[in-house]
Design a binder for this molecule. Structure first.
Ligand code: CTP
Length: 408
């Protein structure tokens, strides 16, 4: 039995597809899983608590507070006692709540309180699925590390409309559960990897700072991918608006000097990946008080000094990790500059980005966007990777690092 004794918390949302959950519970239990169910108020309009309870052979949870037992902190306990949370059907409303951190009933509160992996099976009318709000919520949830199964295309039960939005079939959901809980090979188990990500902020005075457009998406995705391969990951992140990746130790810093100190404190490591867009300069003397505009004096001259180069410092340090990776954003002579950086910064591999032709910034660009096209430059040669998502670049880089570290 593939799911022997694995504990699944199934959150049933209020949609017509809720009827498929009865079969899903059966299929999961056939494979040895223990299934416990939470139903939203709307779900109870579609299937009965009695049917869900009979099939799961457990109490069905619907209320945040237990009037019989006020000591029972349900949302925490339900999450603690599960290996994986499955939300099926995940309605547009449930997805919106999850994406925005609402916690106004048992289902949404469990989802906010959990540190367990979460798999959702969306189900809704195709217009709702394709609505800009749902697409935004989906992107947010994916960035938060929520796994998706479906939706598929097909005819909607209630309206007969065809399109994307139909909940994945119970056996597809079971397959997704199996692959999420599956003990994938962990080639990086026992290895410590340090990753830097995001921009740095260099203060000018207490209210102003120098920054850049780095979103942290690529660095965070690399940290998460390494963790999935079993690595013990320390992520040193500058100020970003995206969530800390799951399964990773994240250290938050603001300035380049703090980032260097955090990286040094995290050593020794088996590998270090420097993805952060570190500010090259900082103020020679950041003002302790807000710099005032004085009539007749004109703008202040900003006196800057160079920041430490974190990659170069670690790349030449006595405690240099055995494998060091840097990134390079170039507008000209990509190969020449990347090769020069390899040597100058003491790296084993440079991931080079061509940011010429104004393609570097904004939602479609390398900085801030979701896609990336990179060239891998090592002492042995150059390899071009096709354009792919930052998540795919992260997966591929993580497995390349695993190969380099383990020789497998
Ligand atoms: N880097 C770093 N610390 C710095 C500057 C850069 O660790 N103070 C790292 C980045 O994380 C990246 C690599 O160095 O891995 C390349 O950074 P980049 O800014 O492209 O290189 P520079 O040395 O600044 O070269 P140039 O400005 O000439 O492009």
């Amino acid at each position: 039995m593939t799911l022997s004794d694995r504990r699944i918390l199934l959150i049933i949302g209020g949609g017509i597809a809720a009827y498929k959950c009865l079969d899903l519970i059966r299929r999961l239990r056939e494979r040895g899983a223990k299934v416990r169910c939470v139903m939203t108020a709307a779900a109870q309009q579609f299937v009965t608590q009695l049917a869900v309870g009979a099939l799961s052979a457990d109490h069905v949870f619907t209320e945040l507070f237990d009037r019989q037992d006020e000591h029972d902190v349900r949302h925490i306990r339900l999450s603690r006692e599960a290996d994986l949370i499955v939300v099926a059907p995940a309605t547009a409303d449930l997805m919106a709540k999850m994406a925005n951190g609402h916690a106004d009933d048992l289902a949404s509160t469990v989802l906010m309180a959990t540190d367990k992996p979460v798999l959702i099976a969306p189900a809704m009318n195709p217009r709702m699925w394709n609505h800009a709000a749902t697409m935004r919520n989906r992107a947010t949830l994916e960035a938060d590390g929520i796994a998706f199964v479906g939706p598929g295309r097909g005819e909607m039960a209630e309206s007969g409309e065809a399109g994307e939005g139909r909940m994945a079939e119970p056996l597809e959901i079971v397959a997704a559960v199996e692959s999420l809980l599956d003990e994938r090979p962990k080639p990086l188990a026992g290895r410590h990897v340090v990753v830097t990500s995001g921009p740095t902020h260099e203060p000018i005075d207490p209210v102003r700072y120098i920054a850049n457009r780095s979103s942290g998406k690529q660095g965070h995705a690399i940290a998460a991918a390494l963790a999935r391969l079993g690595a013990d990951v320390t992520l040193v992140s500058g100020p970003v608006t995206i969530a800390d990746p799951r399964g990773v130790r994240t250290v938050h810093v603001e300035t380049a000097r703090q980032m260097l100190a955090a990286v040094e404190a995290a050593l020794p490591a088996d590998a270090a990946i420097f993805v952060a867009a570190v500010a090259d300069w900082r103020m020679a003397d950041a003002a302790g008080e807000k710099i005032k505009k004085v009539a007749g004096e004109g703008p202040p001259a900003l006196q800057m000094v160079e920041n430490p180069d974190i990659l170069a410092t670690i790349g030449h340090a006595a405690r240099r990790p055995p494998f060091v990776v840097g990134f390079a954003a170039e507008t000209q002579d990509l190969d020449g500059n990347a090769r020069a950086k390899l040597a100058r910064k003491g790296a084993d591999l440079i991931v080079a980005n061509d940011v010429s032709h104004g393609s570097g910034i904004g939602p479609a660009g390398v900085m801030g966007g979701d896609r990336n096209r990179v060239r891998i430059v090592t002492h042995d040669g150059i390899e071009d990777w096709p354009e792919m998502t930052k998540a795919d670049v992260a997966e591929r880089l993580a497995s390349l690092i695993a190969t380099r570290l383990t020789g497998i």
